[in-house]
Design a protein around this ligand. Sequence first.
Ligand code: ZN
Length: 271
Amino acid sequence: MDLSRLAIHTQTNKPWTLAQCVDAYSRAGIRGISVWRDVLDKAGASDAAKLLRGAGMSVPALVRGGFFPAADAKSRQAAIDDNLRCLDDAAVIGAEMVVLVVGAVPGMELGEAREQVTEGIARLLDHAGAVNVKLAIEPLHPMYAADRSCINRMAEARAVCEALQNPLVGIAVDVYHVWWDPDLEAEIALAGRQKTLFAFHVCDWRVNTRNLLTDRGLMGDGCIPIRKIRSWVEATGFKGFNEVEVFSEDYWSMDQHTYLTRITDAYLSHT
Ligand code: ZN
């Protein structure tokens, strides 16, 4: 039973506080936790850091920053300020990276939005270097293109990485968002060569999906070829965590300890 590369996003167990997540994951033999900002804000970054260190947890990511595009300069600056705070918090808790959901503005042309994303990330680079925290662009499924992410394919995330050419900027591959991409295998291999493959997130695509945000499946519940995609990721030499990230009203309504057992079972059988 190898759980050594399993990490769980706190949002997966949304009913739990950070302390409850850390306690339950530790007892289950899980050593990785990606922390969401809502639980971090409730716990306070320095107390959270003590909790995580005390339990010996590795923190692949603080989730999430981003949301760069906006109609006016003042709102774009507010996004930069928020991302700088996010980088500081990530450094305090020892997170390796901040995951970026890059944003989009309904009605703004997607190419323009991507330019604003590239500019926004560029403005974070000095600070990211100073605190030594990486920035991982997460392409989101095109159903989110209107208002959450103007970056929907690996190739668009790669274009930003290539424009910025900074070792702190890379890509978070989330199977939920990119499993359908005909270029996925080639793009993962290319990200491996370009050293921009920073993270690997797993869950499953339910058929039918009943809600665009909160009806993700646990691995094995849906149609994503997770093992195959993991094999492509590992063929690049990726040694990071397999991060379970499931938003599900169904699973949030379960007893979370019972659910955690389901998560580890699904991880071992279907990832
Ligand atoms: Zn993700």
